[in-house]
Design a binder for this molecule. Structure first.
Ligand code: NAD
Ligand code: MG
Length: 392
């Protein structure tokens, strides 16, 4: 009998994807790799597909298919390309699927894997921001399990094991503060994408690293917290913790505050989700408290990081506002990366896009279905592009 676990990794060529592969490759006898997917990095995708003997490798871009075919020639591994092939690969029977595509593009593939009954390890926070109720309902309806991989949410999930949610008073999500936490506010206007993409503590993909500097990443995580744990937004707090050793804390009604502490290494959260419900040894560096010496905390200022204020509004509004928020954010982020808008302007663009969308009578309250999310996403990108074109 084959007792290997069938594994797929969506977004295998990215930062989270590569950390996942690092863990899988340490015990190849335990896993049967079904699908690996990537964007356009054919060389890395083919290398890993061959090393892990995957059934299929999928690139997002159609134009990359000939190169992928060539790289996989003679390996017996199927090569495919495009959105439909990605969705098809995500639906192939698997026991555990890593959802690590960046952005709203990761929603449908992950959702399909969950519908197929896989345990879905969710790094793609945008899925919960855009379609939290749909993701949670899908997990409840089917046999699929949803496991958080964002370090903060993995921390909360672990702190809640064996606890009763009704005893939870608050959830504290920590934030490093990103690249500009110590910059004078007036200098932010001149901040460049390269400066924003340098994270003090975590080694992550470019987009999430810039989102850390603007705290749009934290904003997404606050919304993700609300959706994942079904917690009242008023019970969710953010604190700046520059050392990034505490990943989150859960406060209970007896005054206890349970913290999840460890070195910033995503392989912890990925490995926890991989082995869940067991806790197994992981190759992460151990935290030496004496060497660390101290941990510090500061308030998360909404003047410096207006994304946090916008996240609160989105959590209160619910419905499709998360999809709008995320799509406008992705568009504004492109605008900043391409040099069309300044760093602080991103929040303004998102806020105006939310206002314009809310004015589109009743849409914001529409049911959170895949179609409605796609529609809201499309409109929000249009609004954000127009707002950027029109200037501040
Ligand atoms: P990344 O940019 O390093 O990798 C993204 C992956 O998605 C790559 O494989 C890329 O090829 C693929 N991809 C991008 N656009 C695609 C598209 N349109 N269609 C198909 N594939 C596409 O990103 P990352 O840092 O690994 O982050 C992945 C997800 O995990 C994000 O949602 C991020 O917010 C979340 N996350 C990341 C970290 C981290 O430490 N990197 C921590 C917590 C959560
Ligand atoms: Mg995180």
């Amino acid at each position: 009998m084959n007792d290997k676990r069938r594994i797929s990794i969506l977004g295998a060529t990215g930062s989270i994807g590569q950390s996942t592969i690092d863990l899988i490759a340490r015990a190849p006898e335990s896993y049967d790799v079904v699908a690996l997917t990537g964007g356009r990095n054919v060389a890395a995708l083919a290398r890993d597909a061959i090393a892990l003997n995957a059934d299929v490798a999928v690139v997002a871009e159609d134009s990359a298919l000939p190169a992928l075919r060539e790289a996989l020639a003679g390996s017996g591994i199927e090569a495919a390309a495009g959105r439909a092939a990605l969705i098809e690969a995500a639906q192939r029977p698997a026991d555990w699927v890593m959802s690590a595509i960046v952005g709203a593009a990761g929603l449908e593939p992950g959702l399909r894997a969950l519908q197929g009954g896989a345990a879905l390890a969710l790094a793609n926070k945008e899925s919960m921001v855009c379609a939290g109720p749909l993701m949670m309902q899908t997990a409840r309806d089917g046999q699929g399990t949803l496991l958080p991989v964002d370090s903060e949410h993995s921390a909360v999930f672990q702190a809640l094991i064996g606890e009763d949610l009704t005893a939870v008073e608050r959830i504290v999500i920590t934030a490093s503060g990103g690249a500009f936490r110590d910059w004078p506010l007036e200098d932010l206007e001149k901040a460049t994408p390269a400066q924003a993409a340098t994270h003090p503590n975590w080694d992550m993909g470019q987009r999430i690293t810039i989102d850390s500097a603007s705290m749009f990443n934290k904003a997404l995580e606050l919304i993700e917290t609300k959706e994942f744990f079904g917690i009242d937004p008023g019970m969710i707090e953010t604190v700046v913790h520059p050392e990034s050793m505490i990943h989150a804390l859960v406060g209970f009604n007896d005054g206890a505050l349970m913290a999840h502490v460890g070195m910033p290494d995503m392989r912890h959260a990925i490995g926890f989700a991989l082995h869940y419900p067991e806790r197994r040894a992981l190759p992460v560096e151990r935290l030496d408290l004496v060497t660390l010496g101290q941990m510090t905390f500061r308030p998360a200022c909404e003047m410096r990081w207006p994304a946090l204020r916008l996240a609160r509004e989105v959590m209160e509004t619910g419905g499709l506002s998360g999809a709008v928020f995320n799509a406008a954010k992705e568009t504004a982020l492109d605008g900043f990366i391409e040099g069309r808008i300044s760093f602080p302007r991103m929040a303004g663009v998102v806020e105006e896009a939310l206002t314009r969308f809310s004015a589109t009578g009743g849409l914001i309250d529409a049911e959170v279905t895949l179609d409605n999310v796609a529609h809201a996403d499309h409109l929000a990108r249009q609004h954000a592009s127009e707002i950027m074109r029109d200037g501040p």
